[in-house]
Structure formats: C-alpha cells, structure tokens
Design a protein around this ligand. Structure first.
Ligand code: UTP
Length: 459
C-alpha cells in the first residue's frame, strides 16, 4: 500500500492505537501514489513550457457602446430571464478553500463584510439568491461546495442563521475531495501521528465532486440546465446575471466566462485566449513578455481578457466531462505546510516547505465546444477578498461596495457627497432584498428621496 520513500508516515504506528491505525490506513488506501509520483517528477523537472502556437485573442463580447448594441442586449436579457422563469438556473458557490491569506480560522463566508450592517459574506450572497428567486417567481436552488476543512462549520453556520431565509430544501451542500501535499523531496507529510496532511483539491475539483456528491443528479431531477458559478470571496458578484446566462444560451455555450481588460501588462491574472479552435485561459506566468506587452493599433493590450472567475456551466457539460473522464490537470504550488517534528509536535512553518496540488475550474474551458466570453465592468462585478489588508482585502471590497451603491443612487438622480479624492464621504449599504441593481433601485426610490449618510436601504 505504501510506496518506497513514504514509510515515515508509519513512524508512530505503535503509539497511535487501533483507531489511529485505522484512520491512517483509510487515508493511505485513498492515495493515488502514481499520480503523486508524477506530480513530484513534474516539480523536479520543471513545468514544460505551454505551447502557444497560433495564439490569438479570444472572441470577446465587448461592453455595449452604441444604442443599437444596448437595445440588442435586451433580447439577450430576455433569453436569460426565460431560463429563470422556466426554473432552469441554479447558483453554484465554491467555498471549499482555506482562506489562508485572509488568515481566519472560520469559513471565509462567515466574515462580516457589509459596510453598515456588517452582514457576513454568506448572508449577502443568500440575500441575492432570495431576491432573484422572488423576482422570477421560481426557486433558485443554491449548491454550495465545501471541503473537509470547512464543510461542517459552513453547514452549521447556515443552520444557526436559518439559512438566511432561504428554503433549506433548495440549499445543497457537498464536499470536494482532498489532496495530500508533499514535502520538497516528494514525500508525504504527517500533521498528526495518525494523519497525513491534505488540502482541498482546488475549485476545479468541483467538476468531479458535482457528480460524486449527487448534486448533478439533484440538478437534473429539478430540471436545472445552467449553473451560475461564483467564488465565495467576490462580494460584488452578480449571481445569476440574466444577460450572462442569455449570452451563454444564445451562443450554445457549454462554459462561459466573464472578463475585464487587464489593468496593466503585468497584472497577475489569467488571460482568455484562443489556440486554434480552442478557447482557453493562459495563466499569467505562462504568457511570455512579447504577448503580455503586445498592443492593438489603438494602443490597448492585445491579450487583455482577464479571467474574473465568474462562469456559467451547462449541467450537460459537467455531465459530459465526467462521462468522458476528463480530469482537469493539477497545478503545483510551493506552500508552507504544517508538519510533525521529531518529537511528534506540530510545527506551523512560515517558509514554504512543500507542495500543494490544485485543479482549477478554468481549465474546463478548453473542453467546451462553445463559450461566451463576456466583457464586464470590473468595478461593478468584482471585489475579491483574498488578503487581510492591502490589495483585495475587506477594506477594498467595502470601498467598492460603497462606490457601486453610490453609482446606483446617482443613476437614480440622487446627490452623493464625495471628498476631493473621489471617495464617498460616509457609509452606504443597499441590501439585495431592497434592490439587486441600479434599475430596481431607481424604480423603488421616489425622486424626492434625500440621501443622508450613513444610509442603509433594506427590506
Ligand atoms: P482561492 O484560490 O482564492 O483560495 O479560492 P482561498 O481558499 O479562498 O484562499 P487562500 O488561497 O487559502 O488564501 C478562490 C475560490 O475558490 C474556492 C475558494 O473557497 C474561493 O471561493 N476554492 C479554492 C475551493 O472551493 N476549493 C479549493 O480547493 C480552493
């Protein structure tokens, strides 16, 4: 069962008792040593260069500019809305990650985020889902992928908060798989005398776990055809955007992606490109300088379609990937991994001492027979919370929320006080249950409404 070179995991065999031995054996029996060996080899030999022969920018559906383009959008919106009214759309949240950079011990979704009411990320997402379900008069099922590291706390959090008003029968939790890590010599790592360190296998693990968990079968039984995929940390996400779903359907797409122009050539974001007939995401580190800096005639970046990790996945696509046994590749990252020292005590190192392996959902894009690559306004749809402070932190996300609410209010004819730097002078919060978007807000507010900050608009 154990390969050469991994015998050290039995070091405390005589100490761990029957239960511990059973736990360790069970974990060992699920490990694919061939796969680990080949990943370790790939790390030692270095990643082979990605072939970019024939690389072209992706065919992006740009933001509408002309009147004609704006009115054409209405047709697309109607297509998406029809799918909602037919009950064919579900929300799919991947929330199995470990929030290492944010540095909290609880699931990231339990983080208090909204500017005034300090609602948690989960509550904010749940309010959007309730609002959408109400808008279309149909259940909007919510599938939540967690992992071994945060599955129970996530479920308990929802239960404790009565699913934030969602119908529990329409919320489906499932866990993704775990993947053991290796030390830099390619050996398994113990984080307890009877346990091998493992971490969630990446958001790309969702493709197989959707099937394994029964989520896919549940979707099919409910007549769900399209999944609005989002990540827990993007608090500006437009869950179930009918325009995005509309483009996906109109294009006969299997998987679609929202993109925004890269801010600068070195921005660390994957770029959606075309390689021959295949649309794919090229990681920042795989795009050579000549492409990173290549310009169009108008001076804009040629390879600029930054992946915002917002997708539509057709249920039939997820089904096909599983039926055809496509497993998405593992990406290798050097990370700090907790380990047992010689005395059997747990050490949490600061420096990188091992390798974690993750599958990325965007790798599924290259398997899609068709896709819609839709440009959006980044500031209106993308506010990820990755770090405790600085870039992509709770502070930047709150700031983006306030800016967006101010923009909606201004669109409804209200005056919002700004300081010299352009920041809103005070706090603003609009619950999705009050308005999901600028149009709804405009309809709800009378022109005589006066904004006084701080302002909370809720149900
Ligand atoms: P990130 O890659 O940003 O990871 O995940 P993270 O766990 O949130 O944070 P770090 O890297 O540990 O600091 C992006 C999205 O993918 C989900 C996360 O929960 C988040 O919604 N994810 C990530 C999974 O669902 N499973 C994984 O194995 C990894």
């Amino acid at each position: 069962m154990i390969r050469n070179g991994h015998g050290h995991v039995l070091r405390w065999w005589n100490e761990i008792g029957e239960r511990g031995r059973a736990r360790l054996l069970q974990q060992l029996s699920s490990i694919d040593f061939d796969e680990l060996d080949s990943l370790s080899r790939r790390y030692r030999e270095g990643k082979p260069p990605v072939s970019l022969e024939g690389i072209e920018p992706a065919d992006v559906i740009s933001l509408p500019k002309t009147k004609g383009e704006i009115s054409a959008l209405e047709r697309i919106r109607r297509i998406g809305e029809e799918a909602f009214r037919a009950g064919e759309v579900a929300a799919f949240l991947v929330a199995g990650g470990q929030a290492t950079r944010l540095g909290i011990e609880t699931p990231k979704g339990t983080f208090k985020i909204t500017p005034i009411k300090k609602k948690t990320i989960f509550e904010h997402h749940a309010e959007k889902i309730r609002a959408i379900s109400k808008r279309y008069g149909k259940p909007f099922p919510f599938y939540v992928m967690t992992s071994e590291t945060n599955g129970e706390p996530t479920r308990e959090f929802f239960e404790r908060h009565r699913h934030f008003g969602l119908n529990p029968a329409d919320v489906f939790f499932f866990k993704q798989d775990m993947m053991p890590a290796l030390d830099l010599e390619g050996r398994l790592v113990l984080d307890a005398k009877d346990h091998i360190f493992a971490s969630p296998n990446g958001h790309g693990g969702s493709i197989s776990s959707l099937e394994k968990s029964g989520a896919l079968a549940d979707m099919k039984a409910r007549g769900i055809k399209y999944l609005s995929y989002f990540q827990v940390d993007n608090v500006l996400i437009k869950i179930g955007d009918p325009i995005f779903i509309g483009y996906h359907i109109a294009k006969g797409a299997e998987m679609s992606v929202k993109v925004a122009p890269k801010r600068d050539p070195e921005e660390k974001v994957g770029v959606v490109c075309r390689l021959g007939d295949i649309t794919t995401v090229i990681e920042y580190s795989d795009l050579p300088k000549e492409h990173k800096y290549a310009l169009n005639k108008d001076g804009s970046l040629r390879f600029s379609a930054g992946n915002l990790a917002i997708h539509v996945l057709s249920v039939s696509f997820v089904e096909r990937l599983n039926a055809e046994k496509h497993s998405l590749p593992f990406h290798i990252a050097e990370k700090a991994i907790p380990f047992l020292d010689d005395r059997g005590e747990l050490v949490k190192p600061k420096q990188k001492n091992g390798l974690k392996f993750e599958r990325f959902v965007f790798d599924a894009l290259s398997h899609a027979q068709a896709s819609a690559i839709v440009e959006v306004n980044r500031d209106e749809e993308f506010a990820p919370i990755k770090n405790a402070d600085g870039e992509d932190s709770p502070e930047t996300a709150r700031d983006l929320m306030i800016r967006l609410y101010a923009k909606w209010l201004e669109g409804a004819g209200m005056q919002i006080p700004h300081n010299a730097g352009g920041r809103v002078k005070g706090l603003l919060e609009i619950s999705p249950l009050f308005a999901l978007d600028a149009d709804e807000l405009k309809r709800k507010l009378s022109p005589s409404f006066e904004v006084r900050l701080p302002l909370y608009l809720g149900p």
